[in-house]
Ligand binder design. Structure first.
Ligand SMILES: *Cc1c(COP(=O)(O)O)cnc(C)c1O
Length: 368
């Protein structure tokens, strides 16, 4: 037993990996600080809660839970295929889009490869890259966002995959469809471009890239989306990729057959048709964004203009301390020091009263 050293047995990439740091759960803050009525603005969840139609569908679906889920997600894929004008064999379902991102890396990348992503980009990209033992190449950001020309220059013969989050989390930065189109056209076809559009629904319709249409033209492009944000299913875990059929076929070989469970499949099917819920999510987000932006302007706080459902605010050198003090005031936000943004905090857009609770707590801290 004394000779046992698990770390020496773990694969090389995993030994030095730091685990994903999730937003602090409400229950944990209640337990640790002994306070109630906590407001969580830390994980970009939908503040509306579950769609009523989904709640009903979940009740009905309880009956079937002793059975395995449909491993191929036939109904959900059929719905998605119709909605986006693609074939069902181009869709890969995931236990959240995080699952899809990991499947992509595990399917196509090995230890001899390089994977490109931007500084301040979603942490899952370096995480899945390092877990495989591949080399992550973080390209310095431009105005907190992706510097696409620099990312093109970073491509080497060893590059196998490029991750792009649009809008990006945690910065909320956004690439126009023109910028993206130019970039994708220049990437060699043996390099896969993963376009992570987790916040796609929040982007103004006129500004959205026709990314799914591009998949027909660029077989090396994969679009990933989620039900966790605007569709409000974060706790159920539902996401998907749209890709060339051969890409989907390869991913399917390592996908856990039941990676989406019966409840998440059913909820995703139902919420896709709930246009009222989606419209309301977008409206609440636009209102809340105005509320937080107005607060920042009024207090002279810098913020990164955001196209997502969150705002990343520069609160200064005391960011870690302010985060703690907000916790004690019952407001959970997200520190982003791990994203090389030690002076910022990311605040998810909540309901008006939740945003106000953050504003009030912050105001007290600023003047206290
Ligand atoms: C939230 C988020 C995701 C995915 O979340 P899932 O819940 O796993 O679908 C993916 N990419 C980005 C950039 C995100 O912010």
């Amino acid at each position: 037993m004394t000779d046992f050293n698990a770390k020496e047995l773990a694969n090389l990439g995993v030994r030095t990996l730091s685990p994903y740091q999730a937003g602090k759960p409400i229950e944990e803050v209640e337990r640790e600080l002994g306070i109630k009525n906590i407001i969580k603005l830390a994980s970009n969840e939908n503040p509306l809660g579950l769609s009523e139609k989904v709640k009903q569908a979940l009740q009905d679906a309880l009956q079937g839970l002793a059975r395995y889920p449909d491993a191929n997600g036939f109904y959900l894929k059929t719905k998605l295929a119709e909605k986006f004008g693609v074939n069902t064999n181009q869709i890969t379902l995931g236990n959240g889009s995080n699952d899809v991102l990991e499947l992509l890396a595990r399917t196509f990348v090995d230890a001899s490869h390089e994977v490109i992503f931007a500084q301040h980009a979603f942490v899952v990209y370096p995480l899945v890259t390092q877990a495989i033992g591949a080399k992550g190449v973080a390209v310095p950001a431009k105005d907190y966002g992706h510097d696409l020309p620099a990312m093109l220059k970073a491509i080497t013969p060893n590059t196998r995959m490029i991750f792009i989050a649009n809008p990006n989390n945690p910065t909320g930065t956004f690439l126009t469809k023109e910028e993206l189109a130019e970039f994708i056209a220049k990437v060699p076809s043996n390099v896969l471009v993963v376009l992570d559009e987790a916040y796609y629904e929040y982007v103004e319709a006129a500004e959205r890239a026709p990314s799914v249409e591009w998949v027909a033209k660029y077989p090396n492009l994969i679009v990933s989306r989620t039900f966790s944000k605007a569709y409000g299913l974060a706790g159920l875990r539902a996401g998907y990729a749209i890709s060339h059929p051969e890409v989907a076929d390869l991913m399917n070989r390592i996908r856990q057959p039941f990676n989406m469970n019966s409840l998440s499949l059913r909820a995703a099917e139902v919420v896709l048709d709930d246009q009222d819920y989606l419209d309301e999510s977008i409206r609440v987000n636009q209102e809340g964004m105005k509320q937080l932006v107005a607060f920042c302007e009024q207090k002279g706080l810098n913020y990164i203009p955001s196209h997502g459902n969150f705002l990343t605010i520069e609160v200064g050198d005391a960011a870690a301390d302010i985060y703690q003090k907000l916790l004690h005031a019952g407001v959970i936000v997200r520190p982003v020091a791990g994203y090389q943004l030690p002076r910022h905090l990311r605040v998810s857009i909540g309901l008006p009263a939740e945003n106000q609770a953050f504003i009030d707590a912050m105001t007290t801290l600023l003047h206290g």
